[in-house]
Design a protein around this ligand. Structure first.
Ligand code: UDP
Ligand code: MG
Length: 314
């Protein structure tokens, strides 16, 4: 097996045929200039376009490039996990394939790492080329997340970051399925810092994070780091019980001391609809957690690898 590289660059790619070539070129440029041994680990997350053959041909011409080809689309967070599991470097950098995270930031991260930090995350001070709605929802989400969880997860931070070998090993022991990697990395601890950067527009192609996947990521983030939604049920339940009891007294009073009992139709209907709606919402919240328990209990592997290229015997 070749000597361990100093840097591993993990690049998840899902239907990125328009950008992998350029991503490789720029990463190679940056890493060559840094002058230390490195590997670029592409993780093909079940792409249905030419992403995989393109990376394979890059692999054929450059022994520093490696490919993990997953057997289907497992999702961004799992793809990153596969890459981190297989990365061999002393420092592991996770970066998006679409060049929204500028490779030029890697030397800055490496500098912080040399200073002794174990996690250096990229903090986005500006996001170019992303719609108003995406920026608004993600801003709101990061702040909501912050209020709801006990783990200190920094705001406006994506998965673009450098982690030390020991953090990578620690992450290797965390095998939960609903993965919210940036949360988990905060959770494992160590000395953490950040560098600021401006997030560029996508180099080409379109986002692989439609609204549906964003909601899923957000739900995973909240449910795997917070019990607060479950507590909402308790709060609501208590509040409603008190209100219900108060109303019961009113009804009793009306029944016993007045003769206006027949008119109750509207109020009964309203109370019914309201309470049923709230009950269903709360059941749904509980269901979210139970579904995740079910997922974990099955204990399936996080991903399945179809093929590895240039991975040596590591
Ligand atoms: N990605 C992936 N699997 C998926 C979705 C996305 O590996 O199921 C990769 C994608 O190729 C890219 C990164 O995750 O390298 C971030 O995706 P994207 O740029 O589409 O997300 P956005 O920047 O729009 O949030
Ligand atoms: Mg992107």
């Amino acid at each position: 097996m070749a000597d361990r590289p100093v840097f591993s660059i993990v690049v998840p790619a899902y239907n990125e045929e328009l950008v992998v070539g350029e991503a490789y070129g720029r990463l190679k440029g940056t890493m060559d200039a840094m002058g230390e041994p490195y590997e670029i680990v592409f993780v093909n997350d079940g792409s249905r376009d030419l992403t995989c053959p393109i990376i394979e041909s890059i692999c054929a011409g450059d022994p520093n490039v490696r490919l993990i080809d997953l057997s289907r689309n497992f999702g961004h967070q799992i793809a990153i996990t596969a890459g981190m599991d297989k990365a061999r470097g002393d420092a592991v950098v996770v970066i998006d394939c679409d060049l929204q995270d500028p490779p030029g930031v890697i030397p800055l991260m490496a500098g912080k790492w040399r200073e002794g930090y174990d996690v250096v995350y990229g903090k986005r001070i500006k996001r170019k080329g992303e719609g108003f709605l995406k920026r608004l929802t993600s801003k709101a989400f990061y702040r909501l997340m912050r209020r709801m969880t006990e783990v200190d997860i920094p705001v406006d931070v994506g998965d673009f970051r450098l982690i030390d070998r020991k953090v990578c090993e620690a992450m290797g022991t965390v095998r939960e399925r609903s993965r919210y990697i940036r949360g988990l990395i905060s959770w494992v601890g160590f000395r953490q810092t950040f560098v600021e950067f401006e997030r560029d527009a996508r180099f080409a192609g379109e986002t692989k994070y439609p609204f549906r996947k964003m909601v899923k990521l957000a739900l995973n983030g909240i449910t795997s780091f917070s019990y607060k939604p479950l507590k909402i049920a308790t709060y609501f339940g208590t509040l409603l019980s008190f209100a219900g009891f108060a109303y019961l007294l009113v009804v009793l009073y009306q029944r016993l001391f007045t003769d206006s009992v027949i008119q109750g139709w509207a109020s009964i209907l309203i109370v019914n609809l309201l309470f049923n709606g709230i009950t269903l919402i709360l059941l749904g919240i509980i269901g979210e957690y139970i579904g995740r328990i079910h997922d974990e209990v099955k204990g399936r592997p996080l991903y399945v690898i179809m093929k590895e290229t240039n991975m040596g015997d590591g």
